[in-house]
Design a protein around this ligand. Structure first.
Ligand SMILES: [Zn+2]
Length: 267
């Protein structure tokens, strides 16, 4: 059962994209916008082209798996990367690649491209970030929460992994880093939320932060994460690096889930 979604961008990947944008695009004025593939748009190409051309990229903001680039007129450019989307910076005269779906020519003879191979991402000019978050029912960013807020957002109903991945509860965790968080916390992905004790929530919260922050430090390179983590061994032929058990693999919350049957016993 191959997991085709293993590389789907999650919070740490978006944080790295944000840093790229801050380093290379913020402060620059957009000379031209070219939509090369309309399938990534949620609005007419002309809306995006007219709304961004001539504007300056003022600052950026990451919220969960969403990246917003604020324009100097108060609007914001939303980028969501779907399964295979990514950003690319290049010199203006470099040959365009097929995957460069929307191209922003900057005033320093470089370009920022929103790339998507399978056209499952999304790019959109939005009135305000809050409008977008409200319309799409996106909860607070996972790294913005404290332990109490984290517990409140998860709530009491349903299973643990499904709740961690539910972007309306907290935004940023996907399949890979929710599995990693549960592995670190020693909790089974199907644990009912109402079976968790106070210290479970505290441990889970601490593990989530540790996982996300460490992944950012490792620049999102999943095979290079610590060797005693699940993620670098996330393959059905591999075993738990802590106890040597073969992984349990099953669909949980609609996604292929890995856990250690010994370290994460069912409750
Ligand atoms: Zn184990």
């Amino acid at each position: 059962m191959p997991d085709a979604y293993t590389n789907m961008p999650e919070l740490p990947d978006l944080e790295l994209d944000k840093r790229q944008v801050d380093a290379h695009a913020v402060g620059r004025t957009v000379r031209a916008v070219t939509v090369r593939d309309k399938r990534v748009l949620e609005q007419p190409a002309s809306t995006l082209e007219r709304g961004v051309k001539g504007r300056r990229f003022a600052h950026s903001e990451r919220h969960g798996k969403n990246l917003f680039i604020h324009l100097d007129d108060g609007h914001a450019l939303l980028m969501h990367f779907g399964m295979t989307g990514y950003l690319k910076f290049a010199k203006s005269d470099e040959t365009l690649q097929k995957s460069e779906a929307v191209v922003f020519e900057l005033d320093d003879d470089r370009r920022l491209s929103y790339c998507s191979r399978r056209m499952l991402g999304r790019i959109e000019l939005v009135e305000t970030v809050q409008d977008y978050l409200d319309a799409h029912r996106i909860g607070p960013d996972a790294l913005s929460l404290d332990a109490r807020g984290f517990r409140e957002r998860l709530g009491q109903r349903g299973g643990l992994k499904a709740a961690l991945m539910d972007q309306s509860k907290l935004a940023g965790l996907g399949n890979v880093y929710s599995d990693e968080t549960l592995f670190q916390a020693g909790l089974h992905p199907r644990t009912p939320l109402n079976a968790l004790k106070e210290d479970d929530f505290v441990r889970l919260f601490r593990c989530m932060r540790e996982v996300l922050e460490t992944a950012i430090e490792h620049e999102g390179k999943r095979p290079e994460l610590p060797a005693d983590w699940l993620t670098p061994h996330r393959h059905e032929d591999e075993r738990c690096p802590r106890c040597g058990s073969p992984w349990s693999v099953a669909q949980v919350g609609g996604r292929t889930t890995f856990w250690c049957p010994k370290d994460q016993p069912e409750r």
